[in-house]
Design a protein around this ligand. Structure first.
Ligand SMILES: NC(=O)c1ccc[n+]([C@@H]2O[C@H](COP(=O)([O-])OP(=O)(O)OC[C@H]3O[C@@H](n4cnc5c(N)ncnc54)[C@H](OP(=O)(O)O)[C@@H]3O)[C@@H](O)[C@H]2O)c1
Length: 301
């Protein structure tokens, strides 16, 4: 199948491109900047300026929408927040208009979403795909993001949304940021350490996308998280164990993280459990269901 990935140059996109090619798909990516070193077919777009290389959509059967300004990269100023929103929502709406205008017979639109759907809170609730969208900024972003994906249903194609947890890989993202202080001997849990950190190994999140594309998973909404829940304190301890380091410092107080990261600290200090049951009930087999196995694979133990 000819597949187009928005944001295909990113952390998940790079690994997903390989997984899709191994599964026999023809992959191209949409990017704002061509990379001369990349071996994948690239097409330029600029969703802000409503520009896209028309060839990108020719014969495309499926689109995987991963584009989005990184949530954890910069402080959440008003301008950054607009960028995080527009790069996910306006970009999907723009693609929808183009697919409609060019009458592309798209079979499948699969969008990333995030566990932010369930909000930035710590509770004892275990959220399922049926749980309501939270009434906070992360919930609102996720709702708009998923609603933009739903537009594609009008075009007669199947729509899926993957509410992704923290993707574990040493290629970037959250894990290297957690690992660095531990390797320097100054690692410690964040805040109370009791907040949950729903996670998924990068190979498993890519397998979810491949299974949705190949219809081994029925289209719909899925939580892209591993079955094992873990708190920030336990994950920090497990990481230290896998890296053969010890933890000796007290937890980093919440107010320090708020001073450093501003409002963005909310995603470090809060988190609830998110259920992987829908994936499992639909026959998805996790390669890394347990945190220790995932970390040992990543760090080569
Ligand atoms: N990684 C995680 O832990 C995680 C967790 C939950 C959800 N997700 C979601 O999954 C998706 C992919 O994640 P990822 O970790 O692969 O992200 P990533 O490494 O930050 O890459 C995202 C891609 O989006 C494009 N992009 C960035 N800023 C943009 C902007 N302002 N306008 C348009 N495009 C922009 C970039 O592609 P170009 O520069 O080539 O245009 C970039 O390579 C994202 O939507 C993310 O929110 C990720």
């Amino acid at each position: 199948m000819k597949v187009l990935i928005t944001g295909g140059s990113g952390l998940i996109g790079k690994v997903l491109t390989q997984s899709l090619e191994v599964a026999g798909h023809e992959v191209a990516i949409l990017t704002r900047r061509l990379d001369s070193k990349s071996t994948v077919t690239q097409y330029l777009w600029n969703p802000y300026r409503k520009e896209i290389d028309a060839d990108a959509l020719s014969d495309v059967e499926a689109i995987i929408h991963l584009a989005g300004a990184n949530i954890a990269e910069k402080r959440w100023t008003k301008k950054r927040w607009e960028e995080m929103y527009s790069s996910r929502v306006d970009s999907a709406q723009f693609l929808y208009k183009k697919v409609k205008e060019y009458k592309i017979p798209l079979k499948s639109f699969i969008s990333s979403s995030a566990i932010g759907w369930y909000g930035a809170g710590t509770s004892q609730e275990v959220f399922t795909e049926e749980s309501q969208c939270a009434d906070d900024i992360l919930g609102a972003l996720s709702l708009a993001w998923e609603s933009a994906a739903d537009l594609f249903a009008d075009l007669g194609c199947s729509v899926s949304k993957v509410r992704t947890g923290i993707v574990l890989t040493n290629g970037g993202g959250a894990l290297p940021k957690m690992t660095k202080p531990i390797l320097m001997g100054i690692g410690s849990p964040l805040g109370s350490g009791k907040q949950y950190m729903p996670w998924i190994h990068v190979d498993d999140i890519c397998a979810v996308y491949v299974h949705l594309l190949d219809q081994q998973l029925p289209a719909g909404v899925y939580n892209g998280v591993a079955p094992e829940s873990i708190t920030n304190a336990d994950l920090t301890r497990l990481l230290a164990k896998v890296l053969h380091r010890s933890l000796w410092l007290p937890n980093i107080p919440s107010f320090v993280l708020k001073l450093i990261f501003g409002e963005m600290a909310t995603i470090l200090l809060n988190g609830s459990r998110v259920s992987a049951n829908k994936l499992i009930e639909n026959g998805f087999q996790f390669k890394y269901p347990k945190t220790l196995e995932a970390l040992e694979e990543i760090y080569g133990n």
